[in-house]
Write a protein that binds this ligand. Sequence first.
Ligand code: SF4
Length: 461
Amino acid sequence: MYLNKKRPFLRDKISAAQLAKFKRGTDIGTIAQGLFPGGINCKPASPAQYEKKLVETQEALMNRAVKIIYEAVFQYDEVLILLDILVRDGDSWKAYEVKSSRSISETYIMDACLQYYVMEGCGLKISEMSLIYVNENYVMEEEIELSSYFVFQPVTDKARSMKSFISEEIARSKQTLHLDNSPSIPVGLHCFKPYTCDFLGHCWKNIPENSFVRMDTLQHEALFASAYEIGFELEKLPEHFLQTKEQQLQFTAFKQQKAMWDLEAIQKADVLNTYDAENTAFCKMIACHYAMPVMQGTKPYQNFAVAVGIRFQGKDTFHYFSQNASGYQLLSYLFTESMPEDITYVFDDDTAFRSCIEDACKFISDRQNTVFQRLLGKVTSIRQLGKEIRLFLPVNMQNTSLGEILRYLTGNEIKLKDETYLQQDILSATADQKHKYDGAIKAYLEASERVFLFLQGQIER
Ligand code: SF4
């Protein structure tokens, strides 16, 4: 909080994926206003408008003709909040906070408790405080039915019971804010929970790049306690922390600054042992999903193919899809009709492909569904293979990119365009512009093939 308020310039750069997530949150908030139409919007266009919108919110609350307020702004106890939807309920108000996710976490509930505390502190009588989130089981019929698309979860009792806790937490935070310098809070697992903190770059800058606290096979608080006692350098790690094979491999990767893998596992990896160049296709899929169903029979966050690149028998082909039933049919045709059977498909990451196949099932023929099910057994990925052979690089593996894997294994560099940007660019291109992204997809095919062949070359004959 101190850094957010007093040193915002130290914040890490926001990634394309995070930006897309924020936008989705805003979009869903706007859609949820349709549950309670006809409200007045107090949303500040920028922080400079907070004061003005605080006044406008108060005026709207006093005006009996106003029944619904969107993005109401309140300030109490030096905490400023925005509430998505307020609905007049006699002399009280029902308060709704909208989340774009398909489930509710404890963090969301605590956010709602804070909002409740501030609104009550401002003198607002609240008869109900609820979170609204997306119903993952909703299937669109002819039109979107917002009352079925969203789920309401009342948190009024919880919010009432948390008032004194929230008050104490605010007091504690305020003490921190009045400090002349940043509080010296040691880094730890809290830097990643419940979200990865925006200030990692700043707080972690003095932690050595190969420190053992960066090993994702060793994530527990005791590790940080040890680090503060004995030092963060890799060689200081007490041996008893290295218990599993994964931990030992990652430790060696950090120590030797090179990729490591399990020699036994690589000998046994089926996909490497049965490799047949003529019957292996390297693939890249760019996929997307929309929080709102886009057509009849689809659900929230339904997955659609955006583009697929296939490298097969020395030839690269690139395919672009519309995000509708025809897109699913083209995807299905591509993999179930235009390719020979019994091909092994190697993606960089096959998660999106599997999700698209699952979501396509209602829109393709029974025969294609059967072929897909059979085909899924022949689909693998560099990511999956990495897990199977216990591949470790001298970096945290959770966010490792294909480019990094390639570089650490082979010393080659291939520039890979960020997938979120690539997806956005393709989606916004016209049909005849889309092929200008062939090269960016081809780079992924190239990288996957090189990584795969490198690993395949490590099998002892
Ligand atoms: S990176 Fe960790 S220590 Fe730094 S502000 Fe974030 S949570 Fe606190």
